[in-house]
Design a protein around this ligand. Structure first.
Ligand code: NAG
Ligand code: NAG
Ligand code: NAG
Ligand code: NAG
Length: 450
């Protein structure tokens, strides 16, 4: 195994930071499917119960690491509702926990035996939870008695946790004394939530429990890149986490997954998020000038637009609201107009086949939803998965490149398989101009040592 991950001991503990309002909201999926079924006179679908979610979390899908030259780690990850989950091991004896990879928040927190309150604590009689007061590799068990810090997320989830230093095994290597926030309270708004989040906030944020603060110094290239496998469906809530739904690469981006150059967009330096300027959205012949900040957030499933913008886009698509989701008429999908996002002068287009997902095997749902209460515009995983994306910590840039694999045919419920010949020009998802000055240095061949 490469020793590229043996990290210098470096811990900068800041004062208790203010609560963070990251965003990773997902409307109530089970409720929406039940409502769609009721409206159509169908049998109600099975809901994801808390028990099923916990059962899934008992057997976290393994994250297989393939490491290459320069300490690049290419790691397979699981998926749920388009977002990605990495399984890491924490403490001694090691406990495996699948945690969501989230560019929309800064903190690494994991469920723990310290969890005493909220809807998300595990049933401790059945589960071997990570216990930072008993782990043999914890640096200072007394740290677990500190006053918890609080994190709030855009979907209403609240976490309270204490920062401890313990061994974390990720990407095939052990990081000693990694600061991790051990959950003491996990409160989720409706459906059962995550067992942890790997916050991957941008370089200008500082957090007492940041994983990448330390990882980034260990690789030649200070980047985290994401590949979402579009042939793997992750919207069936009864399955829990779906294995092999994508890949996260730490270090040099995986050249096997993208083609042509990255298009790099600078992030807004005045924001503490991975956010960029969204100049405009064009739908059909109409261009909506926006000039707003938008988050590029792997931890949010859908695309959140402000009310006025959303209403315009949705009117064109004909979506009907059902529990915060917008149901589309499956028979009309092929006539949806292409939608183009202009980020800092560069266009990215989603054609009709990239504007919906299927719930419960039957209901077609828009990838767009409305942001309420003045929350931010978010390009979530439903957008990001159409590209190979790379978050560059050294240069404060986000790169998008074309995927090597084609989007698979989706079956439109009630209709025959998508007929590509009717799909109009299936041109590239977006035309990436050559950004010579920003092009990657000749990418190192990624030697895969499984
Ligand atoms: C490491 O990566 C850099 C930049 O990606 C590349 O130029 C160099 O050849 C790589 N070195 C090795 C040993 O692969
Ligand atoms: C950052 O600046 C942009 C314009 O340059 C503005 O739209 C945005 O609201 C600012 N964000 C914050 C968090 O101040
Ligand atoms: C960016 O992050 C900060 C703190 O993490 C948060 O308060 C703010 O609302 C975020 N901005 C957006 C646009 O989400
Ligand atoms: C969907 O569109 C078709 C074709 O226009 C129409 O016949 C059908 O009634 C619509 N279904 C619903 C549920 O609106």
């Amino acid at each position: 195994m490469t020793s590229g991950l043996l990290l210098p001991l470096l811990l900068v503990l800041l004062g208790t930071p203010a609560p963070v309002a990251a965003d990773r909201g997902l409307p109530d999926i089970s409720g929406a499917v039940a409502a769609m079924a009721a409206a159509a006179g169908d049998l109600p679908p099975p809901a994801l119960t808390a028990a099923a979610a916990r059962a899934a979390s008992l057997a976290p899908p393994p994250s297989v690491v393939r490491a290459g030259a320069n300490g690049t780690a290419v790691i397979s990850v699981a998926g749920s509702f388009h977002t990605l989950f990495l399984t890491l091991q924490v403490g001694t004896p090691a406990v495996a926990i699948s945690a969501q990879l989230d560019t929309g928040s800064p903190t690494l927190w994991l469920s723990s035996a310290l969890c005493k309150a909220g809807s998300g604590c595990r049933d401790k009689s059945k589960v071997s939870a990570w216990d930072p007061t008993k782990s043999r590799s914890v640096a200072d068990p007394a740290a677990a008695l500190a006053k918890p810090i609080q994190r709030r997320y855009g979907d209403g989830s609240t976490i309270e946790c204490v920062v401890v230093e313990d061994a974390v095994r990720v990407a095939g290597a052990t990081i000693e004394r990694q600061p991790v926030c051990a959950a003491t309270l996990m409160d989720f708004p409706s459906s059962p939530g995550e067992m942890g989040i790997i916050g991957l906030g941008p370089p200008q944020t500082q957090d007492p429990a940041s994983l990448f603060d330390r990882l980034r110094t260990s690789f030649v290239e200070s980047k985290v890149s994401f590949y979402f496998d579009r042939s793997v469906g992750t919207f069936d809530s009864s399955l829990g986490l779906v294995p092999n739904a994508g890949e996260v690469t730490i270090g040099t981006p995986n050249t096997a997954r993208y083609k042509d150059d990255f298009l790099w967009v600078p992030i807004l330096k005045n924001s503490s998020n991975w956010s960029v300027k969204l100049d405009s959205i064009t739908i059909g012949q109409t261009r909506l000038t926006l000039g707003v900040e938008t988050l590029l957030d792997t931890g949010t499933s859908l695309i959140f637009l402000d009310s006025a913008t959303f209403d315009y886009v949705n009117a064109d698509m004909g979506g009907k609201v059902v529990n915060g989701l917008y149901q589309l008429n499956c028979t009309k999908l092929k006539s949806l107009s292409p939608i183009t996002f202009v980020l800092k002068g560069v266009s990215f287009t989603l054609t009709w086949d990239k504007q919906f997902f299927v719930l419960g095997g039957k209901y077609c749902v828009s990838i767009f939803t409305k942001q309420t209460n003045g929350g931010p515009t978010i390009l979530g995983a439903s957008f990001l998965r159409q590209f190979y994306t790379s978050f560059d910590y050294a240069a404060s840039l986000i790169g998008l490149a074309q995927l090597v694999d084609n989007a698979p045919d989706q079956t439109i419920p009630g209709i025959s398989k998508m007929d590509r010949s009717h799909a109009g020009p299936r041109a590239r998802a977006h035309a990436l101009p050559r950004a010579a000055s920003l092009a990657l240095a000749a990418a190192a061949a990624v030697v895969l040592l499984v």
